[in-house]
Design a protein around this ligand. Structure first.
Ligand code: ADP
Ligand code: MG
Length: 255
């Protein structure tokens, strides 16, 4: 088979041209970075876990009518998605204070916020992804007021749904980052959820113990990073047991 053309290599994924026009393949790497690349490492198996977790969450969101770029998983590390024009914003939804909001406003980490808060960051590594206001976004033309309203509405629906989904498996959804893109169908444009949803871009705390089950374990050198991601996958009911991969499951294997 002819090698697919590589379109982009990011910090966590590689994008390849997809088999049909308007599609791309997301390849999930084991590379991990934090602090905008200041810290980097490899978490063996992370790519496989994030590919599965993101597939599961995107499909669940599609079921409640959230438009996403997800088409299908191809293999352990790759998924086929609709190519979109990424809106250069990181849309962050927060339920509990942690990370930069705790620091910026001097709120104790772990304190529940008075209500869910949606924030926008300009997606630009060279500038360290600065926090921006809706006025910045509109004035600089990154999105129009209608797109912004659409993204905020979708982000809040995603939050409501994921809070419930994770609560059901003993996990608090502290905060998460989303990316949206413009999907064109002829003249028509639709804003769809893109990129990935995984423990790389969510803060997930065990409800009972507050144990962190996300990338903060890597950022803060807490160890057991892969095990934490595995625990999230296990609770979601999608962990592929070693030696019992559903990829090539013999039909006579007792379950
Ligand atoms: P980065 O280091 O920029 O965060 P990643 O390693 O996360 O990159 O790779 C994914 C890249 O692909 C991101 O830049 C993201 O914005 C982009 N992307 C995600 N989904 C799509 C899509 N459906 N179409 C086009 N680009 C996408
Ligand atoms: Mg990324």
């Amino acid at each position: 088979m002819a090698r697919r053309r590589q379109l982009y290599e990011g910090k966590a994924k590689i994008l390849f041209e997809g088999p049909e026009p308007g599609t791309i393949v997301q390849y999930f790497k084991d590379d991990a970075t934090a602090g905008n690349g200041a810290k980097s490492g490899v978490i063996t198996g992370k790519g496989v876990l994030n590919n599965r977790i993101s597939e599961h969450l995107m499909l669940s969101l599609q079921e409640i009518g959230i438009p996403t770029h997800f088409i299908r998983r191809i293999n352990m590390r790759e998924q086929l998605v609709k190519e979109v024009e990424i809106i250069p914003l990181e849309v962050v939804v927060r339920n509990i204070a942690a990370g930069s909001i705790a620091k910026r406003f001097g709120i104790e980490e772990g304190k529940r916020l008075p209500r869910s808060i949606v924030e926008f960051y300009y997606k630009n590594d060279a500038l360290n992804d600065p926090l921006v206001s809706e006025d910045h976004i509109i004035a600089f033309g990154w999105a129009c007021p209608h797109d912004l309203e659409e993204m905020t509405g979708l982000a809040m629906r995603v939050n409501d749904f994921l809070c419930g989904l994770f609560a059901g498996i003993g996990i608090q959804l502290v905060d998460f980052k989303l990316e949206f893109g413009r999907a064109w169908e002829g003249e028509d444009m639709r804003i769809v959820l893109a990129d990935e949803i995984s423990p790389d871009n969510c803060r997930l705390w065990d409800t009972q113990t507050n144990e962190k089950l996300d990338k903060d374990r890597f950022r803060r050198d807490m160890g057991s990073v892969k095990e934490a991601y595995q625990e999230v996958a296990r609770r979601l009911g999608i962990l592929l047991e070693e030696g019992n991969s559903t990829e090539h499951k013999p039909t006579d294997t007792p379950v």
